[in-house]
Design a protein around this ligand. Sequence first.
Ligand SMILES: Cc1cc2nc3c(=O)[nH]c(=O)nc-3n(C[C@H](O)[C@H](O)[C@H](O)COP(=O)(O)O)c2cc1C
Length: 213
Amino acid sequence: MTQLDFIYNRKSIRQFQKQGVPRTGILAMIQAATYAPSPKHQQNWHFVVLQNREKIQELARIVYDSHKEIGRLAKNEQDFKRHMSVINYYTSFKYAPVVILVYGCEYKMIEYKIMQENNASQEILNMLMSPQSAAQAIGAAVENFLLAASELGYGTCYMTGPTHAKIKIEAAIDFAKPGYELMSMISLGVAADNTPPQPSRKPLETTVTFLDE
Ligand SMILES: Cc1cc2nc3c(=O)[nH]c(=O)nc-3n(C[C@H](O)[C@H](O)[C@H](O)COP(=O)(O)O)c2cc1C
């Protein structure tokens, strides 16, 4: 047991038991998510909770169809098949009793606006935007959610794969928040028995560089 077990115990879960998650638990996880850092504390996120089994299945069908439609752009059957080979990775949320749709809005960077008004080059504007701070904040919030869920005994999977169908998903769930778009989804529930082990990590020494040593 180490102090950091709450991190090491988490793994992505793609198979779930049937039972749901109590509302208080879901709210506790979302509250944890909102304690993530965000650029200039803009808290550029919104969480939509979906628990309707039929609706979750419908979303999985939408993602499947959208993925297939995109795949039709492939120039040959072999590439189409390769494209379709990842479909289970994008639709596994259909096994979860709860799906959290994570919406995000733009990070309003004051210096971007100032430089834009001062006719800064596109190169400068792109450089200001390159950290994609809004998306980074969503990532931080989602990770908080996943760790909280894991601590509370639930399994999760962080998913961005299904978001290519975000327009159709938005229409299907009949939810829209002006200025916000679907950034990621989280499958949530009690993990099924015997889920695959956590994948191993790259060796630490290949992942870190200490300067000045
Ligand atoms: C930004 C992001 C997007 C991801 N999208 C998907 C996804 O669409 N489908 C999926 O099954 N897993 C997705 N994952 C989960 C990764 O596959 C998983 O975290 C990785 O394989 C490491 O496994 P672990 O989470 O069990 O440690 C995503 C993870 C991140 C951080």
